[in-house]
Ligand binder design. Structure first.
Ligand code: NDP
Length: 282
């Protein structure tokens, strides 16, 4: 058995095409503000890619650089200004933040209807309560869109998630629970992780451990989604040993070309939805 490759690049391109058409048809130009604190080189690449992706679908992007040496008060004032600025439709703070900044506190300063990353405590809470008002974090939303594209029904499936971070594992658990999956969340202290993974109909790896998930961790015919992005010897690899696991799974997402492009597409979708909420007649 060789698994069907879950082509996130292609699915994401189609989503971006639809967004571009919708935006062009309305003749408006939504504005996404990206706040980058410090000069982490990986963050700079991610910010550049988001800027480019936004421009390609007719969205404007404003990048606000904040020096690492700045204090939280200045960052708070910037976020409050962006909250109050009617021209700005979506706001994201590129993570990770330098150590001297309190991530949770800072994310809570973004007005929840402009929080297009969905990381604010308000949006996390709305998602947990299965509210349609929740802005869902882009990566978990991208994983769900990929699953829905390839699987006919998620109801009752046992989903095992490796990782419990606030930006991937936890919101993904809420999202899949809201889809009537039975969800198990695992982490670095989980005992007998391979045994638990073998029970999964849907196995999602989001732990940042290169090629950790091996073929003998996977139930025959399972669907395996790899969120991990790890740089090893100059190459990008996921948390799943792709070459081994594709011989056991029925579906598998590659790295690169799987969840990564879906994440960017979902950020753009969240920004467009935020614009429409702020301008209900569009
Ligand atoms: P974090 O480091 O914030 O969280 C990692 C999680 O994995 C933690 O819950 C940790 O457990 C768990 N974990 C770590 N090691 C193990 C292990 N050996 N066994 C079981 N669980 C383990 O990472 P993120 O959630 O931010 O990101 C996870 C991965 O996804 C990274 O590779 C990141 O680059 C990638 N990523 C990809 C995105 C995309 O668009 N494709 C977007 C965001 C992230 P504990 O809580 O106990 O510490």
């Amino acid at each position: 058995m060789t698994a069907v490759i879950m082509n996130g690049k292609e699915v994401a391109m189609n989503i971006r095409k639809v967004l571009a058409e919708e935006i062009a048809a309305t003749g408006v130009s939504p504005l996404l503000a990206i706040v980058q604190v410090g000069d982490n080189p990986a963050s700079q690449i991610y910010v550049r890619n988001k800027h480019k992706a936004a421009a390609e679908i007719g969205m404007k992007c404003r990048i606000c650089y904040v020096p690492e040496t700045d204090d939280e008060e200045n960052l708070r004032n910037l976020l409050l200004d962006l909250n109050d600025n009617d021209d700005v439709n979506g706001i994201i703070v590129q993570l990770p933040l330098p150590q001297n900044f309190d991530e949770l506190k800072i994310l809570s300063w973004i007005k929840y209807i402009k929080d297009v990353d969905g990381f604010s405590p308000t949006n996390a809470g709305l998602l947990q309560m299965n509210s349609p008002e929740a802005v869902v974090a882009a990566t978990p939303q991208g994983v769900l869109a990929l699953l829905k594209h390839y699987l006919s029904d998620l109801r009752g499936k046992h989903a095992v998630i490796i990782g419990r971070s606030n930006i991937v594992g936890r919101p993904l658990a809420d999202l899949l629970l809201n889809q009537d999956c039975t969800v198990t969340v695992t982490h670095s202290k989980t005992v007998n992780l391979p045994d638990i993974c073998r029970q999964a109909d849907i196995l999602i790896a989001a732990c940042g451990c290169p090629k950790m998930v091996k073929a003998d961790w996977v139930k025959k015919g399972a669907c395996v989604v790899d969120v991990g992005i790890n740089r090893v010897d100059g190459h990008l690899v996921g948390d799943v040993d792709f070459d081994e696991v594709k011989e056991v799974a029925s579906y598998i997402s590659p790295v690169p070309g799987g969840v990564g492009p879906m994440t960017v597409a979902m950020l753009l979708k969240n920004t467009w939805n935020a614009y429409k909420k702020q301008h209900p007649l569009v």
